[in-house]
Design a protein around this ligand. Structure first.
Ligand code: UT7
Length: 399
């Protein structure tokens, strides 16, 4: 039974810290009642594209972080924690929190607009939109990608989501690369976006200090290969290797226990706070530092490179200690590691594309550079890839 007591809810605590009121009214009911008129499909372009192998490259990137900053000091006013503890154990100093009007799709749309601008493309150029997330706008459907498709007016694009938690973006890179390389699609918008603050138990200091909200996006596109034949590796630009892995035996180390088919929402599940992220931090830490270096080493070797050939390490921004451990295990140079976990916390599937985009904006990632990306987290899942960075044809900085 739901207790009648008046203890402040987690959302009340967060609202208190941010000096806002939290609007509990969701958009779903109002939107569902609006009438819908199916639109006519665009006529076929007649272009010879489908089924022809293509060389793949990343043609643009964008990012979006909510304006609201929640510092460690802010957190310490309503959670039993300290700035010293959070900094020492994670490297995090502050994170961004979505406003009550923002959702995973709205973060995605902002990042997508930046990616399109840097690529010099419009929504009409998109064949497909993929959103990597586990914090969708709705409780299962529709997917976030369809909301983004509609908002952008990307009328030729298909749309689906990928859920591989913090590894999602690296999985998405593989899917998008394969679809473009095979010639099935020409231009794909790939987004990593999360509104993790809605899944945080603000009474649980072991998780709520770690995560933040945000979105990053890239455009993946292709050009016909000169010979018209497929090559495993692009001559310049694009994905040079991909390693994906999963170990479902460790699933309980990082999960949202309720809300799915296994434990549908109930008063009991809400009272037991089972709709929030639960994590055995030590288990996930051990998994990360033992599995990710091997996956990264394999990705570097499969690309035909050595660690010294890697210009930038863009690893999932969960904890600066993990990033340092992985780079050290690989024998890489720390000054080639990209770190922004101090400012954004762990943004799950958004962390790698946000970091890639920020590295471009800061001039740390340039055309021709080889960048190692890696994600790891819920599932347990992991992924690592080497990308040769490509020039962008559009705006250099959409901000
Ligand atoms: O993106 C998905 C992947 N996620 C990750 O990669 C996260 C992996 N795990 C980690 O990064 C680390 O395990 C954490 C940062 C989550 C925790 O660091 P830790 O060094 O493993 O700390 P711990 O869990 O062993 O906790 C140490 C102590 C405990 O107290 P006792 O039992 O030693 O008295 C905790 O209760 O720190 C306590 N503690 C805190 N104290 C202040 C836990 N959370 C907090 C907190 N503030 N927020």
């Amino acid at each position: 039974m739901r207790p009648e007591g008046s203890a402040p809810s987690a959302r009340d605590l967060l609202a208190l810290s941010l000096g806002t009121t939290v609007d509990n009214a969701g958009p779903g009911a109002e939107e569902a009642s609006q009438s819908f008129r199916p639109r006519r499909l665009s006529p076929p372009t007649g272009e010879r594209w489908h089924g022809t192998p293509h060389q793949v490259r990343i043609a643009g990137c964008g990012k979006y972080l909510p304006e609201r900053v929640l510092t460690n000091h802010d957190l310490a006013t309503f959670v039993d924690t300290t700035d010293e503890w959070i900094r020492a154990r994670t490297g995090i100093q502050e994170r961004r929190i979505a406003s009550t009007e923002e959702t995973t799709s709205s973060l995605s749309i902002n990042a997508a607009r930046g990616a399109l601008a840097t690529a010099g493309l419009t929504p009409d150029d998109l064949d497909l939109i993929i959103v990597c997330t586990f914090t969708g706008d709705y409780g299962g459907m529709p997917n976030v990608a369809s909301v983004v498709q509609h908002a952008l007016g990307a009328n030729r694009a298909g749309a689906f989501d990928i859920n591989a938690a913090c590894s999602g973006f690296v999985y998405g890179l593989g899917v998008a690369h394969g679809l473009v390389a095979s010639g099935l699609h020409r231009t794909i918008l790939l987004i990593g976006a999360e509104t993790l603050s809605r899944y945080l138990d603000w009474h649980d200091r072991t998780t709520c200090v770690l995560f933040g909200d945000g979105a990053g996006a890239v455009i993946i596109t292709g050009e016909a290969t000169a010979t018209g034949t497929s090559t495993n590796r692009p001559q310049s630009g694009g994905l040079m290797s991909l390693v994906l892995g999963a170990d479902g035996a460790g699933a309980n180390a990082l999960l949202v226990p309720a809300g799915g088919t296994r434990l549908p929402p109930s008063y009991e599940s809400i009272d037991a706070r089972q709709h929030f992220i639960k994590m055995d931090g030590k288990d996930v830490y051990r998994f990360a530092v033992s599995t990710v270096p091997d996956a990264c080493a394999e990705a570097i070797a499969n690309a035909g490179l050595t660690v010294d050939d890697i210009d930038l390490f863009v690893l999932h921004q969960a904890n600066v200690r993990i990033i340092r451990a992985v780079v050290e295990a690989l024998g890489g140079s720390w000054d080639r590691a990209f770190v922004n976990v101090d400012r954004y916390g762990n943004t799950s599937a958004a962390s790698v594309p946000i970091a890639l985009c920020e590295a471009v904006e800061m001039g740390r990632l340039k055309p021709g550079d080889r960048v190692l990306v890696a994600g790891f987290g819920g599932g347990l899942t992991w992924g690592a890839a080497v990308i040769e960075w490509s020039p962008f044809a559009g705006l250099t900085n959409p901000d």
